[in-house]
Ligand binder design. Structure first.
Ligand code: SAH
Length: 210
């Protein structure tokens, strides 16, 4: 697909995305399936796009960068919070062993589950509800990705990381955040700040109240 190849080259490689597995996953997943039909002609544009329930599908570069920060190895167990369109879910599922994904809006969750089924991606468990406190029953996870902006790093998410596990989460204000990676080490947790970004807000127990 020419548009997808162009996206890989100009939006990802040129901006420094290097991990071959991440580039291959982005090359394999048809992004046009994950945006509302009326804007499917914009699927490969260099931007976040509006989806149902007043949410957004993240910009391709942000999806690739967050995935790279997660440092997934084949067979690993991943928790994703904020399924949204399911695009990031599909990327994660193609790299990991199993993905547990939680979405607040049932409508979005159902749409995402249908899309992954169509792509025959069967290593995903979907759940509707508040993912901000994680999913302790399925823990520990090798990697946790949050794709909505949080006021602070939720303590329970750190606790659900396996030793060596990584948590990638946008943290900061309601409209602007910093992408944070927390790694669980033998002695505790190590935090690094990465790129600045803009995500819709994380709601629920560990998110923004309203
Ligand atoms: N990765 C998705 C991003 C969707 S936007 C994509 O690229 O399509 C973020 C999503 O997080 C929204 O769908 C929103 O409903 C969801 N969300 C926000 N707070 C949540 C919470 N506490 N639990 C689960 N999902 C949440």
């Amino acid at each position: 697909m020419a548009e997808r190849e162009e996206m890989i080259r100009t939006q990802l490689e040129r901006r420094g995305i290097q991990a071959p597995a991440v580039l291959d996953a982005m090359r394999a997943v048809p992004r046009e399936l994950f945006v509302p039909e009326e804007i499917s002609n914009k699927a490969y544009s260099d931007a976040a796009l509006p989806i149902e329930c007043e949410q957004t599908i993240s910009q391709p570069y942000i999806v690739a960068r967050m995935t790279e920060l997660l440092e997934l190895e084949p067979g690993q167990r991943v928790l994703e919070i904020g399924t949204g369109s399911g695009y990031q879910t599909a990327i994660l599922a193609s790299l990991a062993g199993w993905v547990y994904t939680i979405e607040w809006h049932l409508k979005l969750l159902n749409l995402a589950a249908d899309r992954l089924e169509r792509l025959e991606q069967t290593n995903v468990t979907f759940r509707c509800g508040d993912g901000s406190p994680g999913w302790p029953q399925q823990a520990p996870y090798d990697a946790i990705m949050v794709t909505a902006g949080a006021p602070t790093v939720p303590e329970p998410l750190q606790e659900q990381l396996a030793p060596g596990g990584r948590l990638v989460i946008p943290v900061g204000g309601m409209t602007n955040q910093t992408m944070v990676r927390v790694r669980r080490t033998e002695s505790g947790f190590q935090r690094e700040d990465h790129l600045s970004c803009r995500f819709v807000k994380l709601v629920g127990k560990e998110g923004w109240s309203d």
